[in-house]
Design a protein around this ligand. Structure first.
Ligand code: SF4
Length: 319
């Protein structure tokens, strides 16, 4: 690396913090947050500082290696590519396409080159056995995005910097730095939200790091978020609080939503969710009457049986 300051993006998570890497005498002298980065404004977490350790680790792989009876042996790239290609070809021919499994993880999925090359490669492999960090915690979000917006990675991102009410269900951005929400320095942004008179409400089965900073915290029984949300929808219709505004032109079948939510009164879901009916109504009212409100859900609402609730999938019943 050339001497000087190199401005890059930390690719270890979706927060995508800007980093300034100072190089002296060919070595990393420091890694700091880039104050001019429009998204992270100089924030980084300890993982970005540790990039230097990864970079300079004496055991870092700088060439492909293969396991032999005499231990690991380095090899040249061309040889490695040929070996992998011939083995993949053989395995697929002998055992079928689905005999090959692929796993993608961070920081692979935050790398342009990798993103561009990986999809065609996976398509060429033709295996259905594809796994990633996504499989563990966000496929229901992707399914909802696909059905609502036409593409699985069109994720709605709450505008935390302009929001006055932030309702956070089953999410812990204080620990994850926002992940899909792409929000470096969540603590600083939360402070700014409170500074302009805003509030954060957290709903979670556990008093998380985020929950401890909430203005209002509600415990909910695990796996019952769908009931809470339907009861909130019910309340919005019941109290005539549905106002689509500009969204009206892109919205259809609103009456079907009203009918679907009809049986889900806050009283009906209260026992299963563990939340008092009055709290559920109050939550719906706050959401509807705060002009700049956002409702954010994340892993807690994803990794449970009702996570991808939609027509055609089993639904819950209220007795
Ligand atoms: S939060 Fe940490 S790991 Fe994530 S992008 Fe920022 S510095 Fe990197």
């Amino acid at each position: 690396m050339e001497n000087g300051t190199h401005y890059r993006t930390c690719h270890l998570c979706e927060a995508m913090c800007g980093v300034a890497i100072e190089v002296r005498d060919g070595h990393v002298a420091s890694i700091k947050g880039d104050e001019d980065d429009p998204l992270s404004h100089g924030h980084i977490c300890p993982k970005a500082v540790a990039l230097q350790d990864l970079h300079e680790d004496p055991e870092r792989l700088r060439k492909p290696v293969r396991r032999t009876t005499d231990g690991w042996q380095e090899m040249e790239w061309d040889e490695a590519f040929d070996l992998v290609a011939s083995r993949l070809h053989r395995v697929r021919k002998e055992h079928g396409r689905n005999s090959i499994g692929a796993y993608l993880g961070n920081p692979n999925v935050h790398n342009h080159g990798s993103l561009v090359a990986t999809m065609p490669f996976l398509r060429a492999l033709g295996t259905q056995n594809r796994f990633s960090a996504t499989s563990n915690d966000q496929l229901p979000h992707m399914l909802a995005s696909l059905e609502m917006f036409g593409h699985q990675i069109l994720f709605p991102i709450p505008d935390i910097d302009r929001t006055d009410l932030f309702i956070c269900i089953g999410a812990n951005p204080m620990a994850s730095n926002g992940s899909l929400m792409t929000v470096p320095d969540f603590r600083g942004r939360l402070k700014a939200l409170k500074g302009r008179g805003g509030r954060m409400v957290v709903v979670d089965p556990r008093r998380t790091e985020t929950g401890k900073l909430a203005d209002e915290f509600h415990f909910i029984r695990p796996g019952t978020d769908a009931l809470l949300l339907m009861a909130m929808v019910h309340t919005l219709f019941e109290e005539d609080l549905v106002n689509l505004g500009h969204a009206e032109q892109w919205t259809k079948d609103v009456d079907l939503v009203r009918l679907a939510a009809m049986g889900f009164t806050p009283e009906a879901v209260s026992e299963q969710t563990g939340m008092p009916a009055a709290d559920i109504r109050n939550l719906a009212r706050q959401l509807a009457t705060t002009p700049r409100a956002a409702l954010y859900t994340r892993m807690g609402t994803s990794t449970q049986p009702l996570a991808a609730l939609r027509p055609g999938l089993p639904t819950c019943s209220i007795s």
